[in-house]
Write a protein that binds this ligand. Structure first.
Ligand code: G6P
Length: 366
């Protein structure tokens, strides 16, 4: 079928907007209506595995970064992550009991494929999370988990990222169940969270208009910092990546707690600091990081829920209010502001959003 922009100005806008529908479809594949269990295309025994090594490039690598928190916290499974271009050449030991997991939208990224081939014969299991089922990475895996995102045209990955996160979240829950790290009741609560996700994504998309307005100011900036803690730290990295890819504004993502170890030196009233922080157990610590920025004249853009925005108080430059969401799934929901901020800033700058300069959708050569 011919793929068109469906009335949107860019494929990226369409792909952002279709996330509630696409995620609902992906959820129905892994959590069919009425089922109490996660349904995988094929069984995998997580009790036979002691550690997980996750390897990817670009946005898929940031999905691995989020998943590390899930596998460690929910399933108590130690996780190692690396970008494929480092992993393949550092030739790391792959001890017995290792499952290696490769995440790739295209399934053809040269470095990721080479990392997979390095692990073949060494790791107990080769798993992959891919969008293209007939791709090389998919075919060369023991178990390939499709993300069901549909064709993604925009070079900057959006719906593939949230679908990768969804599949990884479900895989982490399945690992937690098998390893006896989650009670049946807790598991059902988490699965309820997952089922509620498309509705929350729909609500989150209503921030489009306010984001468009404030992006006109962001478009004036030369540098922008993104901060986050815990599983929101990779979202800060992804927000910065998206923004630099399509708006060409220099952006860096940092763990909020690392602010004082370097990036605070950049802060003045010309550098917007975007804080991705739902009100969670670590929120108070993030408030003190924001105060450090504001004390130096820095402009904070706080992306949080109503309670978080209220407790942050005055002095914050701008806010984006998000729906309440469980800490577990916040990284999926907060992908929406990360994507929309990059998109509207790029549109304000007049760049080629779907075909940013120097970038390719799929990097199949070294
Ligand atoms: C390129 C694309 C990114 C993508 C990365 C990894 O850099 O521009 O959007 O995240 O490759 O691609 P993959 O297909 O392996 O997910």
């Amino acid at each position: 079928a011919r793929i068109d922009k469906g009335g949107h100005r860019h494929f990226m806008a369409k792909e952002i907007a279709e996330q509630p529908t696409v995620l609902a479809d992906a959820i129905s594949r892994y959590l069919p209506a009425g089922a109490d269990d996660i349904v995988l295309p094929e069984a995998i025994d997580f009790t036979a595995i002691d550690r997980l090594t996750m390897v990817a490039c670009g946005t898929a690598f940031y999905a691995c970064n989020v998943a590390k928190y899930w596998f460690e916290q929910l399933a108590r499974l130690p996780v190692e992550i690396d970008v494929a271009s480092e992993f393949r050449y550092r030739e790391p030991p792959v001890p017995k009991g290792t499952a290696a997991l490769f995440v790739s939208q295209s399934g053809e990224t040269a470095d990721t494929l080479a990392a997979l081939r390095y692990c073949a014969g060494k790791a107990d299991r080769i798993l992959s999370v891919v969008n293209v089922p007939e791709s090389s990475i998919s075919r060369e895996s023991d178990l390939a988990l499709p993300i069901h995102a549909g064709v993604e045209i925009g070079v900057a990955s959006t719906k593939a990222f949230t679908c990768q996160l969804l599949v990884l979240a479900l895989l982490a829950l399945e690992a937690a169940r098998q390893r006896g790290e989650i009670t049946a009741g807790e598991l059902q609560d988490r699965l309820e969270d997952v089922r509620a996700l498309p509705g929350l994504l729909n609500q989150a998309l209503t921030i489009g208009d306010p984001v468009e307005r404030l992006s006109r100011d962001l478009a004036e900036a030369r540098d922008i910092l993104f901060l986050g803690r815990g599983a929101m730290y990779p979202l800060a990295l992804e927000g910065a990546l998206k923004l630099k890819e399509i708006s060409y504004i220099h952006a860096e993502g940092y763990a909020s707690g690392e602010l004082k170890h370097g990036p605070i030196a950049l802060v003045d009233d010309h550098v917007p600091v975007i804080v991705m922080a739902p009100r969670d157990a670590l929120f108070e610590k993030t408030i003190s990081n924001m105060q450090e920025v504001m004390a130096r004249g820095g402009r904070i853009l706080l992306v949080s829920d109503a309670k978080g925005i209220k407790s942050a108080g005055d002095g914050v430059w701008r806010t984006i209010q998000m729906p309440d969401v469980s800490a577990f799934l916040a990284p999926i929901l907060y992908a929406i502001p990360a994507q929309l901020l990059a998109y509207h800033t790029a549109v304000a700058k007049g760049t080629d959003v779907d075909q940013p300069r120097n970038l390719a959708k799929s990097v199949t050569v070294e």
